[in-house]
Write a protein that binds this ligand. Structure first.
Ligand code: SF4
Length: 172
């Protein structure tokens, strides 16, 4: 939720103090709205994000006994949680049910010829057909790190890429 429309750096600026101050879902509801807004302000869109956070925490308390649910169906009911976030959370909790498609996964899947789609849900569907089920959790991490370090968005470093011989988009 905090990472929408901002950088990891900005998110990491607020989370140490945030997680120290707010330990349980109830804690996010116990403070004035303005306090939470100020606590996440550096991440941008802080009013909308505060609404999502409070809405999610309220639902966790009222419908899920204060615990984060495990299924994609339940997770995507939480305010501000779409399929990508639901997939990340489910996967990190050891209940992988799909493949996370973020900007790196999308770009690399397309460059590697694993999909021709643009829509993340359709890309995910293509990937789920070809990636073995037991690798669904780790697969996006591999693409994300490769996308950050080698297959950069503007200038892919094809000359130092381990996938050079396999990749239909190689520029070498
Ligand atoms: S060969 Fe180039 S385009 Fe293909 S995955 Fe490697 S860096 Fe990306």
């Amino acid at each position: 939720m905090l990472s929408a429309q901002t950088t990891d750096v900005n998110v990491n600026r607020v989370t140490p103090a945030l997680f120290q101050k707010y330990r349980r879902p109830e804690d996010y509801l116990a403070v004035p709205v303005e306090d939470l807004e100020n606590d996440i302000r550096p991440t941008g869109f802080f009013r909308q994000k505060t609404r999502s956070l409070r809405g999610t925490m309220k639902m966790l308390v009222e419908e899920f006994d204060g615990k984060v649910p495990r299924t994609l169906e339940e997770l995507t009911r939480l305010p501000g949680v779409a399929r990508k976030t639901a997939n990340v959370v489910a996967s990190e909790l050891g209940h992988t049910q799909g493949i996370v498609v973020d900007t790196h996964v999308r770009r690399l899947s397309q460059r590697l010829g694993l999909t021709r789609r643009e829509d993340p849900v359709k890309i995910e569907r293509d990937l789920m057909k070809i990636v073995p089920r037991e690798r669904w959790g780790v697969f996006p991490h591999l693409l994300i790190w490769h996308g950050r370090r080698v297959c950069l968005a503007r200038r892919p470093r094809c000359e130092e890429c381990v996938l050079l011989d396999l990749c239909p988009s190689s520029r070498v």
